[in-house]
Design a protein around this ligand. Structure first.
Ligand code: ADP
Length: 724
């Protein structure tokens, strides 16, 4: 309504202007004598025109026009017909030069109400024009006097129609352009809005990312702290109970012995769970670092089997390794591969029946046959035990999932092992699959790419891991059918850094002696089947086993016979562990002639006691420093043959101590073994690169790793000194 009102006022203003212009030009041409109009007529006409324009404007502003609707437009158009005809009449009728003014009228009609209106106005104009001319007697019949004015009007109409079409098109185009511009503006608005939203989101994401980073940092810090805080006391529990177990007086009541054993095995169990949990969360956080290197899996499998054989020595489960004899090398993180195999082999043993066989089969597969589509190595762990219902095949790889049922519960476990195995295999871009049925045993097969590039950056320095001697040199075959007696001997042997392998019967003893070539043998005399004497005779009769030192451990006292048959020594049960180890150490290739001096730098007093308890019986002298600074001083004053160094210490940490030790010419040659409860990252290793000789986790403390490491480092050093 408002727009129509404004439009109507604008039209009347234009009319007024047109009349004014017409009046002025008429006045000018009259003065020039071109036009036959008097000034009175000019003023009258111009004035009337402008007056009507004013009147119609008033009708609009008062709102009368909008009530009148179309009648209003018809009225002013009719006024124009009259006014123009009046001008034509005044200026000579047919000879008037003013007839083109009708054009403005027709155009106005078309402009305001469209083509049909233009036609109506044209008809009205034509009638009025011809009427005026006829009224003035200038039409003389159906001749030129009639046709000429008629033609004029038709031309005017044609001109107006054509020009209006042009204007119409222009208008349409202008509308289209305006619409496009509007759409564009709307789009720009939308874009601006979206950009603002995007900005906001980006800010939120940035905030969230900062928070996630912070949470991530806190989580890893928590993990590091937790692993340290939990493992440290656990290591003490395990380490001390272990030392206790190897020192228990022979006449201690069995019940108390069991208590200590319980403390030890519970500690071990807890430590395993914590380690598995930490490993899983490390993998989940993408923080598990792999240090791949080319390894021959066979010795690794062999050592895993030896360890598992030790853990189930009372169940006479046999382990066999199956391979086609071709050299196999696979690029993996050896520590993780060992962890994978340990889990699989111990599960296989756990779920096997007593007396059955667990096989590990190694098979190189070429790319076309490998599920990984690349040259791979498959390791299958096969047992003939309980088996797993195919329904559960998927579930066993999930965390904390155990198959319900009495048999599983009877075996204990946390359900973390296979989940971890699967993650570790996948981390190596490998695959694990299970093939099993209830009652028919299980086969767990891992497939690993032969050339795994790994996640660790290529330029990250490879950890300097000491090449430990193969376990062949460290195995002691313990021939013993009584579990308690075996346990006592085992503990002493492990504490001394050797690996016990158990044989329960005479046949087994002879077979294992041939197969594993142990460094020495302890032999019980009273055994089921063939007795100790016969075993000794067979061992001495055979080329491959003749040189192995055999120590008899028996309740019988028949020393002379034993020595006559070729035994190296004779102990009567209950055996004195320290004494036994001392004798074993003598019999094995001698390594040292004076007690090697070690310096332990650690701020935990318990660890000092533990290391002391562990190492002094083996003939080492242990010096103690309770801080990094003190350690450096002691090392400079009385250089030890080897330094055991903790990483996490207050004030001056192990990294600094290692750096200073390697920088000082007096101490730079001393091998440093880092002994840590911390998770050593790639960055830590890079910092320690070239400054330390080996890394031993404190979790390994009760085991043999530390003793073995120390022994081989000292041996190596001695060889170097000899060469020099
Ligand atoms: P757990 O610590 O309980 O052994 P795992 O993740 O190693 O946890 O194994 C999950 C479950 O898978 C076990 O509880 C057992 O039921 C089943 N399982 C694993 N290995 C074997 C196997 N060799 N024979 C039979 N069942 C097995």
């Amino acid at each position: 309504v408002e727009r129509q009102r404004r439009f109507r006022v604008a039209v009347q203003r234009t009319r007024a202007a047109a009349f004014l212009l017409a009046a002025l030009s008429a006045a000018l041409f009259s003065l020039l004598g071109v036009l036959d109009a008097t000034m009175v007529e000019v003023v009258l006409l111009g004035g009337t025109g402008m007056l009507t324009a004013g009147l119609f404007s008033c009708l609009v502003t008062t709102g009368v026009a909008s009530r009148m609707g179309r009648t209003y437009d018809g009225l002013w158009m009719l006024t124009d017909v009259v006014l123009i005809s009046w001008v034509v009449h005044t200026t000579g009728g047919a000879s008037s030069p003013w007839f083109p003014w009708y054009l403005s009228n027709i155009a106005a009609g078309a402009f305001v109400l469209g083509p049909w209106c233009a036609f109506v106005v044209f008809v009205a104009d034509t009638v009025a024009y011809l009427g005026v001319i006829a009224g003035m007697g200038q039409i003389t019949g159906l001749d030129r006097t009639l046709y000429e004015p008629l033609m004029r009007m038709v031309f005017l109409y044609g001109a107006s129609v054509l020009s209006l079409r042009g204007i119409g098109l222009l208008k349409v185009r202008r509308d289209v352009i305006r619409q496009m511009r509007d759409a564009e503006a709307r789009r720009v608005d939308e874009l601006t809005r979206l950009t603002a939203v995007l900005d906001q989101r980006t800010r939120e994401i940035a905030d969230a990312s900062v928070r996630i980073h912070e949470a991530d940092r806190l989580k890893s810090q928590f993990l590091a702290n937790m692993s340290h805080e939990l493992r440290t006391p656990l290591n003490s529990i395990i380490g001390f109970s272990d030392v206790l177990m190897s020192r228990l007086p022979a006449d201690l009541p069995a019940k108390q012995r069991r208590f200590v054993e319980n403390i030890n095995s519970s500690g071990q169990h807890l430590l395993n769970i914590i380690n598995d949990l930490l490993d899983l969360s490390k993998i989940e956080a993408g923080r598990m670092e792999l240090h791949p290197e080319a390894v021959d899996p066979l010795p690794l499998i062999d050592s895993v089997c030896t360890i598992v054989r030790g853990t189930c020595s009372d169940r006479s489960i046999d382990f066999e390794i199956d391979h086609d004899g071709s050299a196999t090398s696979v690029t993996v993180d050896p520590v993780r591969l060992k962890q994978i195999l340990f889990n699989l082999v111990s599960n296989a043993a756990k779920f096997s029946d007593d007396g059955s066989v667990v096989s590990v089969r190694v098979l190189p597969v070429d790319a076309p046959d490998s599920p990984l589509d690349c040259d791979s190595v498959q390791i299958a762990v096969i047992d003939r035990g309980a088996g797993i219902d195919p329904r559960h095949h998927r579930a066993i790889f999930e965390e904390f999932r155990q198959i319900d049922g009495t048999s599983t519960r009877a075996h204990g476990g946390t359900g973390l092992g296979l989940a971890l195995v699967k993650r570790l295999v996948e981390l190596h871009s490998g695959q694990i699959k299970v093939d099993s049925e209830r009652g028919r045993g299980s086969t767990f097969t891992i497939t690993l790419p032969r050339d795994f590039a790994g996640h660790a950056a290529a330029d990250e320095p490879a950890p300097q891991i000491l090449d430990l001697p193969s376990e062949h040199g460290r195995r002691i075959l313990v021939v013993e059918d009584d579990p308690t007696a075996y346990d006592t001997i085992r503990r002493h042997i492990e504490a001394a850094g050797y690996v016990p392998v158990r044989a329960r019967t005479g046949e087994e003893a002879v077979r294992l002696a041939r197969l594993l070539s142990p460094a020495a043998i302890t032999l019980d005399i009273i055994l089921p089947g063939i007795d100790g004497w016969e075993i000794l005779r067979r061992l001495k009769a055979e080329e491959s086993t003749r040189e192995m030192p055999v120590i008899i451990v028996s309740v019988l006292d028949n020393r002379d016979l034993a020595l006559a048959l070729g035994a190296a020594d004779y102990f009567v049960k209950p055996v004195d562990g320290d004494h036994l180890i001392a004798r074993l150490t003598e019999l094995l290739p001698r390594e040292d002639h004076h007690p090697p001096r070690l310096l332990l730098i650690d701020d935990e007093p318990e660890l000092h006691e533990l290391v002391e308890a562990r190492l002094t019986p083996l003939g080492y002298e242990v010096l103690h420093a309770l801080s990094g600074r003190e350690g450096l001083d002691r090392a400079r004053r009385t250089p030890p043959e080897l330094i055991l160094l903790d990483l996490m210490m207050e004030e001056m940490d192990g990294f600094e101590v290692a750096t200073e030790l390697s920088a000082d010419p007096d101490t730079t040659g001393i091998p440093v073994v880092v002994l840590t409860a911390k998770d050593v990252t790639g960055a830590d290793r890079a910092r320690l690169q070239g400054k330390i000789a080996a890394l031993v986790g404190k979790a390994d403390m009760p085991g043999t790793a530390l003793v073995t490491t120390i022994r081989s480092l000292l041996e190596r050093r001695r060889r170097e000194v000899l060469h020099a």
